[in-house]
Structures are given as C-alpha cells and as structure tokens.
Design a protein around this ligand. Sequence first.
Ligand SMILES: Cc1cc2nc3c(=O)[nH]c(=O)nc-3n(C[C@H](O)[C@H](O)[C@H](O)COP(=O)(O)OP(=O)(O)OC[C@H]3O[C@@H](n4cnc5c(N)ncnc54)[C@H](O)[C@@H]3O)c2cc1C
Length: 375
Amino acid sequence: MSRPELLVVGGGIVGLSAAIAAAQHGAAVTLIDAAINAGTTANAGSLHVQLQSRFLRLYPDQAHNVEASLHLYLEAVREWDRLEANHGPFEMVRHGGLMLAENATQLKFLEAKARREAARGLDVDILERAALGRIAPWLGPQVFGAELCRDEGKLNPLTANIRLRAVARRLGTTFVKDRIVTLTVGDNVQLRGELGLYKADQAIVAAAWGSGRLLGGLGLALPSRAEPLHMNITEPAAASIQHLVQHAERSITLKQLQSGQIVIGGGWPAQSRGDDVVPAVLADSVLGNIALAGKLVPGIRELRVIRTWAGMNTTVDGKTALGRIPGAERVIVAVPGDAGYTLGPLCGRLASELAAGLPGEVDTGPYSPARFAAR
Ligand SMILES: Cc1cc2nc3c(=O)[nH]c(=O)nc-3n(C[C@H](O)[C@H](O)[C@H](O)COP(=O)(O)OP(=O)(O)OC[C@H]3O[C@@H](n4cnc5c(N)ncnc54)[C@H](O)[C@@H]3O)c2cc1C
C-alpha cells in the first residue's frame, strides 16, 4: 500500500511539528514554506500558561477565548517536555513564571486572575513581597508582590528550531521554499505556488498570518492578522534569573538564557512594512522596553543591549483554529491562539493526528475552524 501524501504549508513551529508527527505516522510529507516573517524565528522563547495581562488589556473581547483554552496551554507545555526529552536539549527549564505587581491594586487584579486560573487547573500562587524576595532577590524595591505560575518556563527557540528542523529532515520530510497562491480541493488537494504545483491527498495549512488569505477561496473567513512585535537581547551576565518575568499592567517578558544573556520583549510594537517584509524596529520600543526592564530588575541596567529585532506575530480571535475545513475536509487548518510558540508543537501534532484519522487525547472540537465558515 502506498504511503498517504501530506502537504504542509508553513514551516514555523506548527508546520515543523506537524511534519514530524505525520512522518512518524507513516505519511510522505512535503513542507512548503515561503520562509518570510515566521514568528517562530523571531520569538522570545517564553512558555506561557497563565493569562497574559498584555492580551487581556489589548483584546478584552477575546479574553474569554483564551481563558477557555487554558487547559490547552497546560497540555502544550507537557508537549514541550516530551519534545525536550526526545529531541532536546533546547535550554528549556520550567521553573515557573512571575507576573509582577507594583502596587496593591495590581496585586488585587492578579489575585482575581489567579482564582480564575486555579479553577482551570493551573498551579498558581500569590506571593507577598517577603516571599517573592526569597525566590527573586534581583527584583527592584518597588515590586509589591507577584503571581507565580509554576507551569510556565522558557527555552532557547534558536536551538529548538534548528533541532526540530533536523528531526523533520531525518524523518524524510521534503522541504520546498515557495509561496502558495491558490488552494483547490477535489479528488485531491492542489496547491499552486509561485514556483510549482503540488498535489496530495490532504494538506495542513499552518501559514500563520498567511492562512486567512489562502483559505478565503474555500469559504473560510479566518481573520489571521500580522502583528509586528519588538525584541531585545543583552550581553551575558552571571546567571541569577530563573523565572520567566511579566508584569500585571505593563508589556514585558524578561528571561535569562543559559548563556547568561537577558531576552527582553513582551509585545512592544514594531513598524509594519507589509506582511511580506520584515518589520522595522521602532526607537520608542527599544527605549521603552529596556527602561521598563531596568526598572524591574535593576541589576541588568549596566548590561549592553547587543541586538534588537522585529518579528511578525499572528492574531486570530484568541483561540486556536484547528480542524478540518467544512466542505473542504481534505484541508486541515492549524493556527495557534495567543502565545503560538508555546502552543505550536501541540497544535502541529494534533493536526497531523486529524490527518491520520487517529483519535487524539485532546478534544479539538472547541477549536474547529467551522466558527469562521460562511453561513
Ligand atoms: C517578537 C515575537 C515574540 C514572540 N514571543 C513568543 C513567546 O515568547 N512565546 C510564545 O509562545 N509565542 C511567542 N510569539 C508568538 C509565536 O512566535 C508565534 O505565534 C508562533 O511562532 C507561530 O508559529 P506558526 O508555525 O503558526 O507560524 P510562523 O512561525 O509565523 O510561520 C508561518 C510560516 O508560514 C509562511 N507562509 C505564510 N503564508 C504562506 C504561503 N501562502 N505559502 C507558503 N508559506 C507561507 C510564512 O512565511 C512563515 O514562514 C512571539 C512572536 C513574535 C513576533
């Protein structure tokens, strides 16, 4: 019997993970990637589980979608544990994440948030200043308290991406650099790219911000939007910061890599130059992001920032879009919800299990793209 053929569009963390799992299930996989503006090659390596204050502030209308997906984030970090064990090391640790409060009002907000998260199975606690100081003595004196989410962690995405790409290659994935322009479905799936025509039994569309444009022709109005974001990294310092650090009201993520370098990001904007061009770094984001980091962790103020960059995140409606397309069932969409690098390996594997007709251990029903189908 011939092997089932699968096309994967998009070579980010979702597409790579889908290709790896599909090859393990016996499929002949061709991964087609335009290799432009992948969030996967620009991201900060935070493994997010708790509700991010940045997201709640920017997209309050989508907050319920993220909250309803919290169990998926717990599954997603376990998926990263398995990947680390099988294909690592990715410099991954799960020592937990701190979300900082600088006053009593912010801590009250975190207390309410922690109650909602605990009800959904997250391992969270509120720490007053004295307890916080014992585990994070490097914090500035004005920090009042924090929420600790023990499920969270961090890794080095550069290492993880290189290793996972090598695994996919070793398992026989064919990599093609092309941009797909049209997608048609009949007795098979046909993808027309700028450079070639590709046919297979099924396709997984994991093209992040590019997914909506591709799927429009199949009657799916997936509102995938590109969101240009800013990042910084410092020179190395002595290791001291174990946790992923965020703030209850301000946009920041801060973490220390094994190299000692501090990675600072958390959603400061970059300047879009169109979806197909790398976004431009904004001076206000460099200054604002770094100043906030130095205020929260005074010990890093003397470090030099050795690189800043901008990359393309993708937003949809806060919830992962994962499943077969109504009326075009040979096509499976896999676009992760907020914090897509955290969710990516799980989304990719679940998409490949759908393609193989395997019963996954996660119910993907709530994430079906049918919510975007023309009525
Ligand atoms: C600066 C920044 C920091 C971030 N930090 C974090 C973090 O710390 N933790 C976290 O969990 N998440 C983070 N994210 C989000 C995360 O990086 C993304 O959500 C995730 O990488 C998306 O993975 P993906 O595989 O869905 O898509 P991507 O990695 O975006 O890859 C999509 C690929 O599809 C290709 N493509 C698009 N259209 C087509 C087409 N028509 N034909 C062929 N190929 C196409 C693109 O060129 C791209 O290569 C961050 C994002 C940014 C930008």
